[in-house]
Design a protein around this ligand. Structure first.
Ligand SMILES: Nc1ncnc2c1ncn2[C@@H]1O[C@H](COP(=O)(O)OP(=O)(O)OP(=O)(O)O)[C@@H](O)[C@H]1O
Ligand SMILES: [Mg+2]
Length: 317
């Protein structure tokens, strides 16, 4: 078991730290504490949440939705949360026109196709990835701390990258096949070369994947000491492995502290149950990943002071 929490990150110069896990396990809490930690160590840090129903504004006690917002009390820290509607709007602005140009090059569609594609499941996650990639490549931040969509989402977005590739390949082949006929049909109309657009998308998907696979990208799984936590850790780890994305650690949250367990029968039983699952997580994963414990706190994690309390626990000196 790792006693020093996330402090090892201080020496690893991460460029992206991402937190994955199912709803309500403490991703936003862990991400906020991590961002605060590095901003206080003078790294220009962006805290970004792409959870479709985000809670970053609640925890930071200020509106950070849609726009990158400096957190004045902490120099070097900026935050943004992108809810579903914001992401879809951004997607339409960035890719809508291109999608229309590509699809309309081989199908008789009008611009409503943009709305249709924007409504496809996973488009928001797809866009979240390219948004993070742009910020990463832009180099304006030393570190991006990323509070991702709940488990299913994070994984499916990686799967999507793969599907995306395959579909693009198919589209490109189809395009080549019908190109002759198309040349006649579209003669005189001004449009960009759809194959060129597809190639750009392919490159973007490739860049996103190498960003996620980079050794300076640290992925953490946040989970709970219950059966669900064990299964989830196993599943997420396997899937991330398949894509060559290394999981650095698993944060086991909400463990009842020992001194509390001594005080009540209820807590004693609960901690006993939790320790069984914690042991299982450790015996399954501790030779490959760090197992980091975050105890159940007696207060709500809301506001910078409370985030600071979590930071102290996650990064003990
Ligand atoms: N160790 C802890 N002790 C006490 N409360 C905690 C702890 N960790 C998180 N919480 C509280 O639990 C709630 C859920 O945490 P958080 O919002 O970080 O989870 P999440 O995984 O981001 O959830 P969602 O998937 O809904 O975004 C919050 O109200 C937070 O204050
Ligand atoms: Mg959250």
């Amino acid at each position: 078991m790792s006693r020093e929490g996330l402090s090892f990150l201080d020496d690893e110069k991460p460029r992206i730290v991402m937190f994955c896990g199912k709803g309500g396990v403490g991703k936003t809490t862990a991400a906020s504490a991590t961002a605060l930690h590095f901003a206080r160590r003078s790294l220009k840090t962006l805290l970004i949440s792409t959870d479709p129903t985000p809670s970053l504004s609640d925890i930071l006690e200020r509106d950070v939705s849609g726009n990158i917002t400096p957190i004045e009390e902490v120099p070097g820290l900026e935050a943004v949360e992108l809810d579903y509607d914001t992401v879809i709007d951004m997607w339409k602005k960035r890719f809508g026109r291109e999608v229309y140009e590509v699809v309309s090059s081989f199908l008789p569609v009008d611009e409503e196709i943009i709305e249709y594609v924007a409504g496809a499941p996973g488009i928001d996650e797809e866009f979240a990835l390219s948004y993070v990639y742009d910020l990463y490549r832009g180099g304006g931040y030393d570190l991006i701390v990323w509070d991702t969509a709940p488990a299913g989402g994070t994984l499916s977005l990686i799967k999507l990258q793969e599907k995306f590739y395959r579909h693009l390949g198919d589209a490109a082949r189809l395009y080549v096949r019908v190109k002759k006929a198309l040349d006649i049909l579209v003669k005189g109309r001004e449009r960009r070369d759809p194959l060129g657009i597809i190639e750009e998308w392919r490159r973007l998907a490739e860049n996103v994947l190498s960003m996620l696979r980079d050794e300076h990208t640290k992925a953490f799984l946040v989970t709970i000491p219950e059966a669900l936590g064990v299964n989830q850790t196993r599943r997420v780890k396997r899937e991330l492995d398949e894509y060559g994305i290394k999981v650095s650690g698993v944060i086991v949250n909400y463990l009842v502290p020992e001194e509390e367990a001594e005080r009540s029968e209820f807590n004693r039983k609960r901690r006993e149950m939790q320790l069984r699952y914690l042991k299982e997580i450790e015996s399954l994963f501790s030779d490959e990943l760090r197992v980091i414990i975050l105890h159940l706190l007696p207060f709500e994690v809301k506001g910078l002071k409370a985030i600071g309390e979590v930071e102290r626990r996650l990064f003990p000196s």
